[in-house]
Design a protein around this ligand. Structure first.
Ligand code: ADP
Ligand code: MG
Length: 449
């Protein structure tokens, strides 16, 4: 086996399994040093690097190594100071150069993350507005620092990088650094090991704007916090903009020094909330458009209905769907979507049905045609079936009243409310209707694959 080939294969597997920034920070700099029958040795820049890598990514590395080589290989590390110095810790910020894969090495910004492709909704509107307003200042805005916080996969990194990209678009020679707090920590520790803390300080203090992602990783790292605090103060006093993201409210950070926290209070702290259904659908439609993926609305709605709290998972579902449909040359159907959602969320979470399925099932059950069920006809039998369908849609899906109305020839949400109340009142008095609703619910809950 050729060591470089094995390692390259292994790397491409890992690339698919970790976040892009993680890959860039922890895997790209690794070089293969040696390969025996039982062990692959990679060269790492420092002891800290190796410890971090081993503590966080060992299972992924071993597993990918096994897949790439076909045998069980151990992984070994060799700490090498002779390794090429990273440009980060050696000198001033280099001029921006865009790499093929969309990353710019100098700023570490990914050009995919822009304000244009960030879909706005109630949960992120304010955060986006604040981010946008900062990106037009070459220097500190009135919101300094800006802290964006929110749960995983809600677009913090996207917004943070969009600020950088936007500012560069307006001011091409602005000096911007985007760093995860892991990367900041790594650079700091590496600089100590190489006696180059001066270079480290110079590098991080030479910018017009510092973007630090996921500062929760600073927790309990006192020395690094100290460094960050000094960098922060230095930039702040010289009127440079600082933007940070965090996965929880600042008050819930334990092990972050009070003076660092109180620094945040002098700026603006904004939260990002999970997107509502309409925003989730809009995000999916936008992504589908970007991927030139032709996907029926029913399926977009179904995915958005099931995956509620993480935009990354929403995207993941779409990409999986794309992969399946192109690999197996299958059409994108609701069952395919259901399978993909189950893979992402686990079986139970994916039991949700779509409004369209309810309409199909109810129509079949009442022996009506779907067009009639959703249409304008006012015959009593028809009206009853329609109300039952609306009632079930309300009970079984997370779809809003307005959106349900849209499935029924654009009826108003008050009509849907009326239908739900009517059916509920009737069912209370009528055991046969209750049984019927139960039967329909059961049928819908167990879709045939
Ligand atoms: P976080 O940093 O909060 O964990 P990310 O910024 O990495 O989340 O977002 C996860 C993925 O979801 C990214 O690919 C991002 O582009 C996408 N994303 C998140 N929010 C939105 C949005 N409002 N519009 C479009 N894409 C979004
Ligand atoms: Mg992030």
């Amino acid at each position: 086996m050729e060591p470089t080939t094995v390692w390259q294969d292994c790397l491409s597997l890992i690339r698919g399994r970790v976040a892009a920034q993680t890959f860039q920070t922890w895997f790209e700099p690794l070089q293969v040093a040696d390969l025996t029958d039982t062990k692959l040795v990679v060269q790492v820049p420092s002891q800290f690097y190796y410890e971090w890598l081993d503590a966080h990514y060992r299972p992924i590395i071993l597993d990918s190594l096994k897949q790439a080589s076909g045998v069980d290989l151990e992984i070994g590390y060799k700490v090498s100071n002779a390794m090429v110095e990273t440009e980060e810790s050696t000198g001033p910020v280099p001029t921006v150069k865009v790499e093929n894969n969309g990353f710019s090495k100098a700023t570490r910004l990914n050009h995919r993350y822009t304000f244009e492709n960030f879909v706005e909704g109630a949960g992120n509107q304010f955060a986006k507005a604040a981010a946008l307003s900062i990106s037009v200042h070459n220097g500190a805005s009135q919101f300094n620092p800006l802290v964006l916080y929110g749960g995983v996969g809600l677009g913090k990194t996207h917004l943070l990088q969009a600020i950088g990209n936007q500012m560069l678009a307006l001011t091409p020679d602005a000096r911007i650094i985007y760093a995860t707090s892991e990367k900041f920590t790594l650079d700091f520790i590496t600089s100590i090991q190489r006696n180059r803390t001066d270079a480290f300080s110079r590098y991080y203090r030479s910018v017009d704007m510092l973007l630090v992602d996921d500062i929760q990783f600073f927790q309990k790292k006192e020395q690094t916090q100290e460094q960050f605090f000094h960098t922060f103060n230095d930039l702040f006093q010289r009127g440079k903009q600082i933007v940070m993201t965090l996965d929880r409210p600042p008050a819930e950070l334990s092990g972050l020094t009070d003076r660092l926290i109180s620094r945040f209070q002098s700026g603006l702290i904004v939260d990002i909330q999970p997107p509502d259904l309409e925003t989730r659908i809009a995000i999916l439609l936008r992504k589908a458009e970007q991927e030139a993926l032709d996907i029926p609305f029913e399926i977009t709605e179904y995915i958005a209905q099931c995956i509620k709290s993480n935009v990354r998972d929403l995207e993941g579902a779409l990409i999986k769907l794309l992969a399946y449909s192109s690999l197996k040359k299958e059409e994108i159907t609701i069952n395919l979507a259901r399978m993909v959602v189950q893979q992402i969320l686990g079986r139970n979470a994916a039991a949700a049905v779509t409004v369209d399925e309810i309409i199909r099932t109810v129509a079949a059950d009442f022996d009506l045609r779907e067009v009639h069920l959703v249409g304008k006809g006012r015959k009593q039998e028809l009206a009853h079936a329609r109300q039952v369908a609306m009632y079930l849609a309300r009970e079984l899906t997370g779809v809003s009243l307005v959106a349900i109305g849209l499935h029924f020839a654009g009826r108003d949400h008050t009509t849907v409310i009326h239908a739900c109340k009517t059916v509920a009142a009737k069912a209370e008095k009528d055991p046969a209707l209750r049984a019927h609703l139960e039967m329909l619910t059961k049928e819908l809950a167990n879709p045939v694959f």
